[in-house]
Design a protein. Structure first.
Length: 68
């Protein structure tokens, strides 16, 4: 979960937006609990739609695969 939050904070800084604009805390918790392994699985996470999968999916899946 910590790595997901660090990733989100870095993305928010890069884009100049609040962290919750990238993903809400609840969405990060769902990712950590569900451990999606594919873009299709990411789409089942509440708070993640096609645009988020297209924008952040590869990075999120890599984080999940690496153990967070």
């Amino acid at each position: 979960m910590a790595r997901l939050r660090q990733w989100r904070s870095a993305k928010a800084r890069e884009q100049g937006v609040p962290a919750y604009v990238i993903l809400h805390d609840r969405t990060l918790l769902e990712i950590a609990a569900l451990l999606p392994g594919s873009p299709r699985a990411l789409l089942t996470v509440p708070g993640i739609g096609l645009a988020k999968v297209q924008r952040y999916g590869d990075e999120l899946l890599a984080l999940v695969a690496s153990g967070d």
